[in-house]
Design a protein around this ligand. Structure first.
Ligand code: HEC
Length: 269
């Protein structure tokens, strides 16, 4: 997209945001908004920034992420996201995209990532936004492909089971589980539709469409962020960025969504 088109997209964003946010629950409004931004999902800016971050030498080892192995060999990005989460023998565990990126930051680049992410893995700007940028860059390389998470691997299968337990486990001050909000068709909070994540179609809209540009937040968000946000809605303490528990939940949902077309980066309310 050329600079002019970006400028037009930016103007379109500024002009449309107000009226649409006022009636943001209207599916038609969102469809119109998406159509207006069809050629210019702002997430493309994150994608470009992600590519730069991927190639930039950083960390105590002053290395780039270019040799990071996301499951298909060092630096092989095409279709890698479509097979995540997966089991990684070197780390001896199942990892989703972001957990694997953190692993590569630690091993290849020599980052002490804990204090880094404590600065704000879930905030706009800073570490969270940089991770979203890299995740967007990687996920876009699987755009249009079908999810094919290998659940036959025993460790992946175990993660699916753990994820299922977590999905149904009621807890927190409201005694909610994920299933309270996401296990039936046609549920809504206020006017917001909630996908039934137990169905392939629900997982298609709810899981296969991340990372996504959030119009209401002017930021690209990832599935790790989405899990943090939903746990917050359940009034849990902050979940840890790329924890095994969240990876298990994502593995469970991705297994349900296997075969769904990846639409990433997407644009959402
Ligand atoms: C109190 C109800 C509630 C609970 C409990 C809840 N969520 Fe959500 N969830 C929502 C809402 C509301 C949204 C949409 C948020 C938005 O549009 O800002 C959402 C969005 C999502 C999405 C993205 C859907 C999409 O269309 O993009 C996923 C995936 C998801 N939740 C998974 C979970 C998981 C996993 C849990 C349990 C850890 C959970 N949710 C618990 C209310 C809930």
């Amino acid at each position: 997209m050329n600079i002019n088109a970006w400028a037009i997209a930016a103007v379109a964003t500024a002009g449309l945001a107000q009226p649409l946010l006022a009636q943001d629950q209207s599916d038609a409004g969102i469809a119109a908004y998406r159509a207006a931004l069809q050629d210019g999902n702002p997430a493309e800016l994150w994608e470009m920034r992600g590519e730069v971050l991927w190639k930039t030498k950083r960390g105590t080892k002053n290395a780039s992420l270019e040799t990071c192995d996301l499951g298909k060999g060092p630096g092989k990005l095409e279709g890698a996201y479509a097979e995540l989460p997966r089991y990684f023998a070197d780390a001896r565990k199942v990892m989703d995209l972001e957990a694997r990126l953190v692993y590569c930051m630690e091993t290849l680049q020599g980052w002490d990532t804990k204090p880094y992410f404590n600065k704000g893995a879930f905030k706009s700007k800073g570490p969270g936004s940089d991770m979203a940028a890299i995740a967007t860059f990687v996920a876009a390389k699987s755009n249009g492909m079908a999810f094919k998470v290998d659940t036959s691997h025993p460790a992946v299968n175990a993660a699916v089971k753990t994820g299922e337990d977590l999905f149904w486990r009621r807890s927190g001050p409201f005694d909610f589980s994920c299933a309270t909000c996401h296990a039936e068709d046609g549920k809504r909070i206020r006017l917001q539709g909630l996908p039934n994540l137990l169905k392939t179609e629900g997982a298609a809209t709810g899981v296969a469409t991340w990372p996504a540009y959030r119009v209401s937040q002017s930021e690209v968000r990832t599935l790790q962020h989405r899990m943090w946000d939903c746990y917050w809605q359940m009034r849990h303490p902050d979940v840890q960025y790329t924890s095994d528990a969240v990876t298990a939940l994502l593995t469970y949902m991705n297994a349900i969504g296997n075969g769904n077309e990846i639409k990433s980066p997407y644009i959402k309310r």
